[in-house]
Design a protein around this ligand. Structure first.
Ligand code: HEM
Length: 518
């Protein structure tokens, strides 16, 4: 979701391309001001056919060349504003955050399937503020340090899996991140790839993927259809709605109930659920309290898992394609950490190149190329242009990451761009863009960056990543494709992941052994 929220690309299309209605607001008074520039629409349908079904960020980046930093479209009364430059994003989403913090509503997703409990989809207002405040308590810069041991533990378990069955790296990275999130939220230990809660979360994600496909459900085009009963001919979407509602409820309640049972039995690990329940100790816990806790805990998975997984998969791709970067990273690790132990969080400040690789993974193939869509909740004027209330605002991170004024040679994977001493200015930290702007900026970013750092550092310390080999032992260059699902991620691909030496393999075995008894 953010993955829910970041279903962005698709969500926005689903909302925008075909939505009817809202035409009344076209007649809103514009105080004589023009709308921002954008492609000229056709009569009646406006720009509906200008917006591609997928990879919309590429088109919007092209539009930037013709129309500039902000590009406005109107498709059948749904208005859309792409923010293509960093300055425009800061000006609107950060400096005018009070009115640029809404989220668009999809009938099937938000209303019929009832996913609106998720912080990332919640309308801006008091309820959002209350959830955000509590979420921050667990995810602020200082607070996330408490998860470091557990993040290290999962990274080491992943190394063990790489030794055993490197061909499953794609799934195992997914399980490792899922396990981290399950432990933080519920104190739930994930034993293997078939964990029931990970499967539940994955099934939910697949459902969401299905419903945010552009134009997938007529009810998003004609909201009044939601009142049609399930038995009515042609109302098959109500069945999908019911399935989704069940998943949405299960995802909130099932892992929560399991955590509660463990707390009762005295066998629970620390977790967000345990802490929130503990805060209510001695009080009469109401259904409202319980549902609040369930929502805070569940959003960590739906907002946090897919995104971090996609960054780590991009890291593997980057190492495949850039052996020289991998060599330099391993040189740094050998110098700072040596070969007698694995890297830790304490090493982070001495590993600038590893940090730079992580940043470059965020920029090079951004997991959320269009951020998460917002809405503006009042009419506004920017640089002399009129932006009507309810316009959907999309920050085009892709365009910012390919902006040659910010990043030289932007198509290339170059971690050194973030390091001083290359005869150039240090380039902008991409985390200041990728995680969004203003009040709805990703509150899980510190946690995510910690998971990504420790996983990258541990993998590079012990393994060499290279192209797969054919039966004669020759390396074959692997073509990797990317797809835009809920997040932008590489499609399953092959690679070789081998211990760098016998000593490295031994070190991993010892660490796995130690952590399984810790
Ligand atoms: C590399 C990993 C991640 C990326 C790239 C990412 C990116 C984003 C983006 C672009 C947004 C929308 C911000 C906006 O509207 O401006 C967002 C929102 C959010 N993220 Fe993340 N995120 C990541 C990991 C996480 C993690 C690990 C968590 C949880 C621990 C998390 C929790 C959230 C939540 C709850 C929101 C919704 C905030 C709101 O709507 O108020 N994210 N994220």
């Amino acid at each position: 979701m953010l993955s829910l929220g970041y279903a962005l690309g698709s969500v926005l299309l689903a909302i925008v391309v075909l939505r009817l209605g809202a035409t009344l607001s076209l007649r809103r008074r514009r105080k004589g001001l023009p709308y921002p520039p954008g492609p000229k629409g056709k009569p009646i349908i406006g720009n509906a056919l200008d917006i591609p079904i997928t990879f919309q960020w590429l088109k919007a980046t092209e539009w930037r060349k013709t129309y500039g930093d902000i590009v406005y479209l109107d498709a059948l009364g749904s208005r859309l504003l792409f923010l293509n430059s960093y300055e425009a994003a800061v000006d609107l989403m950060e400096r005018r955050s009070t009115i640029y913090s809404g989220r668009p509503v999809l009938q099937m997703l938000n209303k019929l399937q009832n996913w609106e409990w998720s912080l990332s989809l919640m309308p801006y207002g008091d309820r959002w503020r209350k959830h955000t405040q509590v979420f921050h308590k667990f995810m602020d810069t200082g607070a996330v340090d408490q998860y470091r041991d557990m993040q290290t533990h999962e990274a080491i378990k992943l190394l063990g899996k790489f030794l055993e069955s490197p061909q499953h790296f794609y799934e195992d990275i997914r399980t490792a991140i899922g396990a981290t999130v399950m432990m933080v939220s519920y104190g739930h230990e994930v034993a293997d790839r078939n964990d029931e809660f990970i499967e539940l979360a994955e099934t939910s994600m697949n459902m969401i993927k299905k419903i945010v496909m552009p134009g997938a459900f007529l009810v998003d085009i004609i909201p009044a259809l939601k009142y049609i009963p399930a038995w009515f001919p042609g109302a098959g979407f109500q069945k999908v709605a019911e399935e989704g509602r069940k998943l949405s409820n299960d995802l909130q309640s099932r892992p929560y109930e399991a955590a509660k049972a463990q707390i009762k039995a005295g066998t629970a690990h620390n977790s967000i659920t345990a802490k929130l329940l503990d805060d209510l100790m001695g009080k009469n816990i109401t259904d409202i309290d319980e549902s609040f806790i369930q929502r805070i805990a569940a959003v960590v998975y739906i907002a946090g898992a897919d995104t971090s997984v996609a960054v780590l998969l991009t890291f593997i791709v980057a190492m495949l394609k850039n052996p020289e970067v991998q060599r330099r990273a391993q040189e740094e690790l050998d110098r700072v950490v040596g070969s007698d132990r694995l890297p830790t969080f304490e090493d982070k400040k001495h590993l600038p190149y590893i940090n730079a690789i992580m940043l470059e993974c965020l920029r090079w193939m951004p997991v959320a190329p269009l951020g998460a869509p917002r809405t503006v909740t009042e009419d506004d004027v920017y640089n002399g242009y009129f932006i009507p209330k309810d316009t959907i605002i999309i920050m085009n991170a892709w365009s910012m990451f390919r902006d040659e004024n910010l990043y030289h040679d932007p198509e290339s994977f170059k971690p050194e761009r973030y390091l001083p001493g290359n005869g150039r200015n240090v380039e902008k930290d991409p985390s200041t863009i990728l995680f969004g702007f203003g009040r709805r900026r990703c509150p899980g970013r510190h946690f995510a960056l910690n998971s990504i750092y420790i996983t990258i550092a541990c993998i590079l310390s012990a393994f060499r990543i290279s192209n797969p080999v054919d039966p004669t032992g020759k390396e074959v260059e692997e073509e990797v494709e990317y797809e835009a699902g809920l997040v932008f991620h590489p499609v399953e691909f092959k690679c070789s992941i081998k211990p760098r030496s016998e000593k490295a393999a031994e070190l991993v075995n010892q660490a796995v052994d130690f952590h399984s008894h810790a």
